[in-house]
Ligand binder design. Sequence first.
Ligand SMILES: NC(=O)c1ccc[n+]([C@@H]2O[C@H](COP(=O)([O-])OP(=O)(O)OC[C@H]3O[C@@H](n4cnc5c(N)ncnc54)[C@H](OP(=O)(O)O)[C@@H]3O)[C@@H](O)[C@H]2O)c1
Length: 309
Amino acid sequence: MLNRRTLLKSAALLATTPTSLLSHAAFSQTQNSPLITKAIPSTGEKIPVIGIGTNRYGVGNNPTAMAPLKETLARFAAYGGKLIDTAPSYGSSESVIGNLVEQLDFKDQFFIATKCDRSGGQETQTQINSSTNKLKSGSLDLVSVHNMRNWQKNLPILREAKAAKKIRYLGITTSRSSQYSDMANILESESLDFIQVNYSLADREAEKRILKLAADKGVAVVANLTFGRGSLFSAVKGHEIPTWAAEFDATSWARLFLKYVVSHPAITCAIPGTTKIHHLEDNIGAAMGRLPNAEQRQQIEVFYNTLKV
Ligand SMILES: NC(=O)c1ccc[n+]([C@@H]2O[C@H](COP(=O)([O-])OP(=O)(O)OC[C@H]3O[C@@H](n4cnc5c(N)ncnc54)[C@H](OP(=O)(O)O)[C@@H]3O)[C@@H](O)[C@H]2O)c1
């Protein structure tokens, strides 16, 4: 349930956003729609199962380009959303998020995940400090080694930063199955809070080893590319959502795709790339109502396979 302070801030924000597509009726609905959460295994802290990916938030200081992103983040906050995924390599995304979160005054609510990709030593330290400054945060919630780049040098730096309370969680990311073997080796040998991996209805390779290993090791999993960079929507174009999707409250293709992802027991949170408020409204609905059970997940897979995409 949203707390009173968040609700008051959200209501005030929405009231002063004349260009907003948000309706007050939709807003009041959020008060009674707590988001489904899952626990981060290493601490038990709970986060909603739908977050936001921001690799297209690098719009610099352009107020026109920032306005829809601000509305999207404001709406995300109003629903009780938390996890925002960014990276130093996403252009100015970190700075844009830092500025918008400050303007929205929701810093305490969001869980901001960023990454590091330098060669270790002072370079990585400098990058983490830069992310902290750009995100205008005293400490970072999660820093992961981007695509496991120089992980042997970067993980010890992240451990030191965690011990010094500069970051709260650490992890590694990939979006390519060619890196799964390395990811599995790191999961076996290192202590991690999080991994981030590509997982969608069209891309289930991670199930074979990575997701099982993460669950066994008590590591939280963030799923990226949950829409296959948008290609899943093309795959179902012209097809109606099956009527049985209503049994787990999936009323749009986006909700069906996301509910499929977050109903995997090993997945903690999905981060669909979301720059438009109507997409946010759609996606956040996947964190409400029922999730598909094991049998319904199979039904979704069979249905998707028959589309012969
Ligand atoms: N190695 C890594 O660590 C790594 C690699 C890749 C990605 N990532 C992370 O994962 C995030 C997601 O990746 P992605 O954005 O490339 O791919 P994605 O989430 O699979 O797809 C995003 C695309 O789907 C569209 N979309 C979102 N919601 C929709 C809806 N309800 N209906 C129709 N279309 C919708 C988006 O449009 P709009 O933008 O117009 O809303 C965008 O074009 C990234 O932002 C990044 O944070 C990490």
